[in-house]
Design a binder for this molecule. Sequence first.
Ligand code: MN
Length: 522
Amino acid sequence: MKSIKNKDQILIFDTTLRDGEQAPGASLNTGEKIKIAVQLEELGVDIIEAGFPVSSPGDFEAVEKVSKSLKKTVVAGLARAIKNDIEVCAKALKAAKRPRIHTFISSSDIHLKYQFKKTRAEALEAAIQAVKLARQLSDDVEFSAMDASRTELDFLCQMLEKAIHYGARTINIPDTVGYTTPDEFASLIQQIKNRIPNIEKAVISVHCHNDLGLAVANSIAAIQNGARQVECTINGIGERAGNASLEEIVMILNTRSDQYPYVTNIDTQQIYKSSRLVSSLTGFMIQPNKAIVGSNAFAHESGIHQDGILKYRQTYEIIKPQMIGIPSSRLILGKHSGRHAFSKRIQELGYQLSFKEVEKLFLKFKDLADKKKDVYDEDVESLVDENMFLSNEMFQLIYFHTTSGNKTLPTATLKLKKGNQEIQEAACGDGPVDAIFNAIDRATGFNGKLENYGLKSLTRGRDAQGEVTVSLSNNGDEVHGHGISTDIIEASAKAYLNGVNKFLLKHKKKNSKNAFRVMKGL
Ligand code: MN
């Protein structure tokens, strides 16, 4: 293991795109996965688990494209201990500069007996064959014993020893169901370290779930007892109650380096940006009191605390917000800002746009600055995201008009554009938002279902922009739409249309002429 000034390095294995995406309702399309992967590389994670290639054509494509998009980060694909899984995984990873096959099988009696109907001997043999085959296809192989924390210790050690013997360079100990406690997990890792004779040939990894709220604490306990890789996700998203949160683990090691003599490759200043990106693309809002990245994480409300902060920040603040990349001055531009300031800020935010693109955005920025006094970083980011990633073949909102009140029937009229075609529609509904969604359905022919609707304010103040996220389902498929405006009805319409456009894009790939069964006038 590398060590910097006698500090052991902890490898950060991010599984936002695999386990995180398994969170109910978090499905991401390939383009969104690439955006997240590129940001994770910028953040400095060591390994990105990009998906489970055999599980669906979409997952295969995502692993393939993420492999092509990354320059230095290891890209891992998940595969059961099954020949076809491993071969398909290797194929998806072909373009990766540094591919890793991550193969797994259950080791606990409860899983083997009731779910897989396998004896321990059969599971052991499958593990051996899987690692052998994976090693023929890739030099970098990780092996996981699923449900390790509920596995009989002798058998677990036997399985891991064999996996190492046949070439696994990382052995992962998952607490698959989030059942373990810090003391128990610490002792498990210690025993694995002491009992497995060839353990020095592999990196010990842990993968903790948060069912009892202990995922991060368990991961830290494991690190203290010899784990040198942790598997985690941005904002802690994942199956059920989620995975260990990347930002919490990293900032614990960072803030309490007096207790934990370890280093990571993470550029902490990229944490805030990564967190926001994952939140907006998955449609999962971050709870305000979430450690490190919640909107209240650095807000001081009590008078006594505020007084202390003003006199000397460290009286009540253990982390400087700038450390995780929250801009110290969030106010950036106003009505009178010029092209130069605007284009400079876009560059500072990490976008590389052509002169023409910046010109186009500048006009939109002027419109926004007219509606809203102060324009914040988040506003500029949403401006770029919204305008740079819309293709000509998608529906765009030209105008809308709604009426509503407590004694009138809420109605909406709107005009959309798709390529050179314009389409006008009107509808009523339970309220103005419902009415505009109905009008969009009529104009686009979309006949899916609205599963979820969320609204939050993007920045502070009465003129803040509203950010709407929606989940839409259609024929068993689900997408998230995302829209921002100073007007919440407009933000809602944009979010809904964004979702409809995503379905359109998905269907286009599936080679269907009409995205929806009824495509009125288009
Ligand atoms: Mn998991």
